[in-house]
Design a protein around this ligand. Structure first.
Ligand code: NDP
Length: 331
């Protein structure tokens, strides 16, 4: 089997950003259901932090990264929808996108429309498909209808700014939270109807005020530990708590009995990888994302770029809440 050299970022043990090490690896040929991709850009995600710290454990050593875009170099014999030379982008589980070259399951890889650059593709697949499933596949009783209020935490982040714009395109009234006034301005400029600086204002009181005491139909909560309790109290009766992350730490165990007095509310904890488990669902969600991006209704903001070898600084900035929008690793 011929081998191809690549740079890659590995961790050998769980820990801080200092665990991220640049190594040189050899990449082989794809298996029957796989493709080999030469990356042009790689996306950075908060989930990479959870995997680096071991909050989401994986076998070690681990090549991090779950999002990328580039050109297909080789395809396995069973792969029908791709061929060598195709421009592609993907969100993948298992991880491994922090590299020049990789082999991965073909089913998570989609052809990238010519109108979308590699950097945008690398920045938007995991985050954009997440916004897609949150807004369109994670629905409260009766679905979401134009005019409904939703609360979206960390609204100026990577997933957040995509969700603000997409929610507006759907006619939803999105209330965003963010950790500074500047981030709140950004959320407002991207379609949030209201923005609350939860570092200084009580978001529960503000949500009650904005909704005239009624509460919101859905809370999208990726912050976790710090926002969980008050988020439940922001819900209207029969509202849906859509928990999808733990940027401030994991949510403490709770007794389901608390949900009744809060208005018979629902709680769900979803992951993108259930939604994109099949080739068909991946493609249909990606087509929806490509179309909303190409229409201009959702713009993918890349506010930070780091060369692959500076990935430690990229992780530090993301964890220190210094980033807005998307971050890409350049090659
Ligand atoms: P972001 O760009 O949104 O970065 C995370 C943001 O969380 C920060 O910028 C910060 O915004 C906020 N935050 C709140 N408290 C903390 C804290 N204590 N430490 C660090 N950050 C904090 O990241 P992504 O767009 O990559 O992801 C957003 C969230 O969505 C993450 O939690 C991620 O894990 C989750 N996610 C879940 C998926 C799923 O399917 N379950 C898929 C994709 C993402 P601020 O300063 O404004 O508070």
């Amino acid at each position: 089997m011929s081998m191809h050299p690549s740079r890659a970022i590995h961790i050998e043990q769980f820990g801080g950003p200092e665990q991220l090490k640049l190594v040189h690896v050899q990449v082989g040929e794809p298996g029957p259901a796989e493709v080999r991709i030469r990356h042009h850009a790689v996306g950075l995600n908060f989930i990479d932090v959870y995997q680096r710290t071991g909050l989401y454990p994986n076998p070690l050593p681990l090549q991090l990264g779950m999002e990328g875009a580039g050109i297909v170099e080789a395809v396995g014999a069973e792969v029908q929808h791709l061929q060598a030379g195709d421009r592609v982008a993907y969100a993948s589980n298992p991880p491994g996108s922090y590299c020049d070259l990789r082999v991965l399951p073909a089913k998570c890889v989609c052809r990238l429309p010519d109108a979308i650059t590699f950097e945008t593709g690398a920045a938007m697949m995991l985050k954009g498909l997440t916004a897609q499933y949150l807004l369109k596949r994670t629905l409260p009783q009766g679905g979401l209808n134009p005019g409904d209020f939703v609360l979206f935490h960390a609204a100026a982040g990577g997933v957040g700014l995509i969700a603000c714009q997409w929610a507006k395109a759907l006619g939803l009234r999105l209330i965003g939270t963010a950790g500074s006034d500047a981030k709140c301005e950004l959320a407002l400029a991207h379609g949030a109807e209201h923005a609350i600086n939860y570092a200084k204002d009580d978001f529960l009181a503000r949500v009650k005020e904005i909704t005239a005491g009624k509460g919101v139909k859905v809370v999208y909560d990726s912050v976790g530990k710090d926002t969980w309790d008050k988020s439940l109290d922001c819900l209207a009766p029969f509202g849906l708590m859509a928990s999808f992350g733990n940027a401030s730490g994991p949510v403490a165990p709770f007794a389901p009995g608390i949900l009744g007095p809060k208005g018979s509310v629902y709680v769900t904890r979803q992951t993108l990888f259930t939604h994109i488990a099949t080739r068909e669902s991946t493609q249909s969600m990606a087509d929806d994302l490509f179309s909303v991006v190409m229409s201009g209704q959702v713009q993918i903001r890349i506010d930070q770029r780091y060369p692959l070898e500076r990935v430690q600084q990229a992780h530090q900035a993301l964890e220190a809440r210094q980033t807005t929008g998307c971050t890409v690793l350049t090659l």
